[in-house]
Design a binder for this molecule. Structure first.
Ligand SMILES: [Zn+2]
Length: 298
């Protein structure tokens, strides 16, 4: 009798675990993190962000720490899949051996969608870490757009934007909201023009383009982690921001000879001594083409 009872209990337990095992797994929550470097706390000079700079090894570690803070925050908010895209310079800065789970890393450039490589419509949210102000800003640390020497400004449908704006529209084209941006006050203010209720984490206060008052890395990481967790939880309130189509891109170069060369490409028109423009019926096609203009017209 006793053995029959034990057998019965065992069967019940088996049935319970079998049904628990058969239950549908929780939906994946996928978060994409694009990590630039000029907006990392402490960064104030190109010597820290250039692979040949003598301070670069220190600052790539700090960049990795801020990326990890966002990974930790996304995980705190329930993210099950986290994709980190190295988005600075050579796109070979982040130290993969220090990357926190469950993140995976995209590195190296050339990739056609650059800072947004790897993002698709299956992601619930995108996060921008270490972002900086646009070329025409004059107020943000190491402000530039795409290429620090050749691009004076970029306009999308008539609005001057930086990398943040370009990338917000790229995520928007895939239906993904950008829920958090970190950097200095100028970078965050620019991004808020497009996404007013974005979670902004200011890790430093820029004094013009070449100096800043920065948080200690540990304090910056804490704010990024907490902000990311909040932002991922608030993802339903923050809307994707697609550009209206067809979309017009206008690039102003720092040197008119660059506009002259760009003008030779069919579909590109010269709009001024330093500027060219083109129209795309698909935002991501236009985005990829702008990258070609600022990466390869030198
Ligand atoms: Zn950048």
């Amino acid at each position: 009798m006793r053995s029959v009872v034990i057998f019965g209990v065992a069967l019940t337990c088996l049935a319970f675990f079998a049904s628990a095992g058969a239950a549908a797994p929780p939906d994946p929550l996928k978060v994409f993190i694009s990590v630039d470097m000029e907006g990392v706390s402490g960064v104030v000079d190109g010597d820290q962000t250039s692979a040949t700079g003598h301070d670069y090894e220190r600052f790539r570690k700090l960049m990795t720490a801020e990326a990890n803070a966002a990974v930790d925050g996304a995980r705190d908010a329930g993210a099950t899949h986290i994709l980190v895209n190295d988005s600075h310079g050579s796109h070979r800065n982040l130290l993969i051996e220090e990357l926190h789970a469950p993140a995976e890393l995209i590195s190296n450039n050339i990739k056609p969608t650059g800072m947004m490589a790897g993002l698709d419509a299956s992601y619930a949210a995108a996060i921008f870490i270490g972002y900086h102000a646009k070329a025409s800003s004059g107020e943000g640390v190491l402000a530039h757009t795409g290429n620090g020497t050749t691009i004076a400004d970029l306009r999308i449908n008539g609005r001057s934007v930086g990398e943040g704006g370009m990338n917000i529209h790229a995520a928007g084209a895939m239906g993904v909201p950008v829920v958090l941006a970190s950097g200095d006050q100028a970078a965050i203010a620019e991004i808020r023009e497009l996404v007013p209720n974005i979670e902004g984490v200011q890790v430093k206060e820029a004094f013009g383009t070449a100096a800043a008052r920065s948080l200690r890395p540990e304090d910056a990481a804490r704010l990024i982690r907490e902000g990311t967790a909040r932002a991922v939880r608030r993802r339903g309130e923050i809307k994707p921001v697609p550009a209206s189509l067809p979309v017009r891109f206008e690039v102003s170069f720092t040197d008119p000879s660059l506009a002259l060369m760009a003008e030779q490409i069919p579909t590109v028109e010269r709009t001024g001594s330093h500027a060219v423009a083109f129209v795309a019926d698909d935002y991501l096609k236009g985005y990829r083409f702008v990258r070609v203009l600022y990466k390869f017209i030198q």
